[in-house]
Every structure is written in C-alpha cells, then in structure tokens.
Write a protein that binds this ligand. Structure first.
Ligand code: CAA
Length: 284
C-alpha cells in the first residue's frame, strides 16, 4: 500500500515513523512546506529507529527497509498513485482547507483522505473534497509511535466503506482503533484537554506549584506524566486551539481556555517544541 503524508510537524513525524515501520505500507511519500522540513522529518525518524536497533527492538535489515520506503516529494503528483492520503498539517481550518483543495486535483474516486485533526469538523473539511464520502478523521496521539490509540472519526457523509477500510488499516498498523461520530474534541480531547486547562487554572490561582500539580496527578491518579508536562509535550498552542474549538462549537463556558494559557502561547512558550513552556527543555 502507498501512502501520501503531508505535514512535517510533531504529528507528521510520529505518523511517518509508524508508516515506515509498518509491513502493510510499501511506500511513503512525504511532503511539507519545504523540502528541508520534509528531509529533517526523515532524519528525525531515522534517529528514533536507530535507537530501536540499538535496543534490539528492530533489526538493521528492518531499519533499511523502513528508510528505503520513504521519499520526499515537492508536489502532489504522487497522490494519484496512493490509496491513502494523510493530512497532518497545522491545526488551522484555512490551512487544511487549502491543502485539501490541492490534494483534490490528484485523487481518484477510490482515494481515501484522512485528516489527523485533533478537533476540527471532518464534515466541514470534507466539503472541500470532490468525493466527501472518502474523507475521514484519523487522530493519532503524541508520541504517535508509542501511543496505541487512533480515533477514527466519521463525518456526516463518510461512507461505511471508508470507515471499514481505515479501521482495518489502523489494526494492520498494530494500533487500537476506536470509532467516533463527529463531535467537538471527539472522545479523548473532550476529556483530556479541559483537564490540562484546569491544571493551568490551578497554577494561575496559586493553589499549588507546577511541580506539585504534576506530581499530584502522577501519584494520585497514576497518569504517566503530569498535566503541565503533557501540555508542553502536546504543544500549548495545540491545547489552546483545541479548547477554543470545543468552546466555539458547544458555546459552553466550561470549555473556556484560561487566560494564562493564551498568554503563554502569545509569548511563544509552546512547550517542548520551543524549548520553553511550563518547563524548560534542551532539545538542541
Ligand atoms: N517517539 C518514539 N518513541 C518514544 C518517544 C517518541 N517521541 N517518546 C518516548 N518514546 C519511547 C521511548 O524510547 C521508550 O521506549 P522503550 O520503553 O522501548 O525504551 C518509551 O517510549 C518510554 O519512554 P521514556 O522511557 O523516555 O519515558 P516514559 O516512560 O516517561 O514515557 C511517554 C514517555 C510515552 C511520553 C509517557 O510519559 C506517556 O505515555 N505520557 C502520556 C502521553 C499522552 O498522554 N499522550 C497523548 C497526548 S493527547 C494527544 O496527542 C492528542 C491531541 O490531539 C493533542
């Protein structure tokens, strides 16, 4: 199976690693805003896969196969040779709409278009595609190579065939699929992101330090990492944009983003990707 992947950010990179490592995927075409970004995505995947080889979780032969199946492309022409297109560009409706419009010029009636949106409406996105019944949400979790779950989101007109094909594909990747009918935040983000926002509220109110908030949830609720660390991992900008979408879609004030979160995003304190968020990082 040939897959076309667009987007070389955190999620695009994680998804690329999953695709490269899968025996059901023969070829992965990667496209980004620039060739350099796409090349750097592949380099980051290779570093992670080499670590797996060092840990004897992947063979050197397996690494070679994974690396050989990925190709950087500068335009959408190879889309016509792929049965699946995964869009993992920025979580911005206008950008996704533009990308879908470009993809559309190269698809056939059989091409499935999956969006790795974390909160936007699949029905609305499908409205920009020639065969909207082929459009579906494919929501991976960060870090994608580690997290087992993938939410599969059906828009209002997504066909049963598209749903079934994507469900099987996710199972073949070795991931755990769950089916969701479109709703703001789907399942996980509807619960998880307001919890992270609540942690920001607790911090802003001076109820506890960031360290104690994180320690509390790790040792009192058995979360693998604290909510503020997790917000830094996801990206505080992504957390804010999901809160804003859920708030806008529901009109419910319980989903209002805390002003501290917004202020941090305006200051560029996005978390791990900018080396500074609630905590400081050294990813150099
Ligand atoms: N890519 C590949 N592998 C990674 C990785 C990455 N980015 N980060 C960690 N790993 C691997 C490590 O290599 C390690 O593998 P081994 O066990 O084989 O050695 C394993 O994952 C565990 O990593 P660490 O030992 O470094 O650290 P850890 O045990 O603390 O686990 C974690 C790190 C997996 C991130 C864990 O803390 C965790 O599960 N955190 C919660 C993550 C979470 O909730 N993600 C969902 C976010 S919500 C989302 O993504 C949706 C959205 O739309 C916003």
């Amino acid at each position: 199976m040939k897959v076309f992947l667009i987007g070389a950010g955190t999620m695009g990179t994680g998804i690329a690693q999953v695709l490269m490592s899968s025996s059901v995927v023969d070829q992965v075409y990667v496209m980004s805003r620039s060739r350099e970004k796409a090349k750097s995505l592949i380099q980051r995947c290779i570093v992670k896969l080499e670590r797996l080889v060092q840990k004897e979780k992947m063979s050197s032969e397996g690494l070679k196969v994974a690396v050989d199946k990925v190709t950087v492309v500068d335009d959408y022409h190879e889309v016509s040779n792929c049965s699946l297109v995964i869009e993992a560009v920025a979580e911005d409706y206008e950008i996704k709409k533009m990308v879908l419009g470009d993809i559309c010029k190269h698809i056939s009636e059989k091409t499935i278009i999956a969006s790795n949106t974390s909160s936007l409406s699949i029905t609305a996105l499908a409205g920009h595609v020639r065969w909207p019944e082929n459009v579906i949400g494919l929501h991976f979790f960060n870090p994608a190579p580690v997290m087992e779950l993938v939410e599969i989101i059906a828009g209002a007109v997504t066909s049963e065939e598209t749903r079934a094909n994507v469900f099987k594909f996710v199972e073949d990747l070795g991931k755990k699929p769950v089916l969701v009918d479109e709703a703001p935040g789907f399942i996980v983000n509807r619960m998880l992101i307001p919890m992270l926002n609540e942690a920001v509220t607790i911090l802003a109110e001076g109820v506890a330090t960031k360290e104690d908030i994180d320690t509390a949830m790790m040792f009192g609720a058995h979360h693998p990492m604290g909510p503020l660390k997790l917000s830094d991992l996801i990206g505080n900008d992504v957390v804010l944009s999901i809160m804003d979408v859920i708030y806008k879609e529901t009109g419910d004030s319980k989903y209002r983003a805390h002003p501290l979160l917004r202020k941090m995003v305006r200051a560029g304190l996005l978390g791990q990707k900018t080396n500074k968020g609630f905590y400081e990082y050294d990813n150099a």
